[in-house]
Write a protein that binds this ligand. Structure first.
Ligand SMILES: [Zn+2]
Length: 330
């Protein structure tokens, strides 16, 4: 058993309390390789932002869980070396079993998500409560989920939204003892968050997605005041990045995300954690495609992964400063 406390990591409890009081949200960025980790740490050091490093089950399969854990430990040391003591949470994204959550906690994670949203309500309560009971013995924080997001992200696939039912949240919180709750109010996993027929088009032909259900968020806030809410699937799918990808041989069609002003509005509410993954994938892909197309003689991976890392870092700094509001909060 390795306690996250010995690795220099923190759990999410105090970060969420401060985010709630300060009306901002903590960024939750997924990682599975070194360039992503460098971009995250550099962006958070330069903006003085706390951060949640997320590991999905897909990332565990891709990168190896031992490597990922040591990378997170390395991130703590790297931030210190850069001169800023960034509070870093190591979080399991979309844990699907008690055993996986337990294994991550024993491995040094400071926070886990148990996603029982695909189960019946009572089974979701039972599974989440079991994880909470185990995690709290080690002061590890737990995120649960009520409602189902549409879209695809690694192993998480759902065809349609099932919005969170506000009348269930208080009971769920009490019965499970969970520390934060992911809700479904119209965000969605992946880069194609909505079908074109669900959207309207503006004068330039750009797809405008249906607005988030702030009415549901408000009702949840009224039922459980001061309780930290989490938004998954909150990439904005910047159209300039999609255009670069497609200009240099990509084929990303009808990609549409959540407008940043809606995320800013959410960050100022009880939403304390906002997950952004697809935007980073787009930023890296755009940079790599541009390099391959404009400098075809290059074959040193540093020559294309370096620009991808720089582009990712610029994206993260933009999110921290202009969307989540977590800059200068450490
Ligand atoms: Zn998610």
């Amino acid at each position: 058993m390795t306690s996250y406390k010995n690795l220099g990591l923190v759990n999410s409890r105090e970060l969420f309390q401060k985010a709630m009081a300060g009306k901002y949200a903590i960024p939750a960025f997924n990682f599975n390789n070194m360039e992503q980790m460098q971009a995250i740490v550099q962006a958070c050091v330069e903006t003085k932002s706390p951060v949640i490093l997320q590991v999905s089950s897909g990332a565990r399969k891709y990168a190896n869980q031992t490597l990922l854990r040591y990378m997170a430990q390395g991130a703590v040391e790297y931030a210190k070396e850069l001169g800023v003591n960034v509070p870093i949470v190591l979080h399991l994204d979309h844990g699907d079993t008690f055993e996986l959550c337990k294994s991550c906690i024993e491995y040094g994670f400071s926070s886990v998500m148990i996603d029982g949203s695909h189960l019946s309500y009572n089974d979701n309560v039972a599974l989440t409560a079991k994880v909470v009971e185990y995690a709290h013995q080690y002061d590890v924080t737990v995120e649960g989920e009520l409602g189902v997001l549409a879209g695809i992200e690694d192993d998480v696939v759902a065809e349609h939204h099932t919005y969170t039912e506000p009348s269930q949240v208080e009971d769920f919180m009490k019965k499970t003892g969970v520390d934060s709750l992911a809700i479904s109010i119209g965000t969605s996993h992946g880069a194609n968050k909505f079908k074109p027929e669900q959207c309207t088009r503006n004068a330039d032909g750009i797809l405008i997605p249906p607005p988030l259900r702030f009415d549901i968020l408000k009702e949840i806030e009224q039922r459980i005041p001061g309780f930290p809410i989490v938004l998954h699937g909150s990439s904005s799918v910047p159209q300039d990045q999609v255009a670069i990808i497609n200009k240099y041989g990509g084929a990303i069609k009808d990609a549409v995300g959540i407008p940043e002003e809606q995320l800013r509005q959410a960050a100022a509410s009880a939403v304390c954690k906002i997950n952004i993954d697809s935007d980073g994938r787009l930023a890296m892909t755009a940079a790599v495609r541009e390099m391959f197309a404009t400098k075809p003689a290059e074959f040193d991976p540093r020559k294309y992964l370096g620009p991808a890392r720089d582009s990712l870092k610029a994206l993260y700094k933009h999110k921290i400063e202009n969307v989540l509001g977590s800059a200068n909060r450490i």
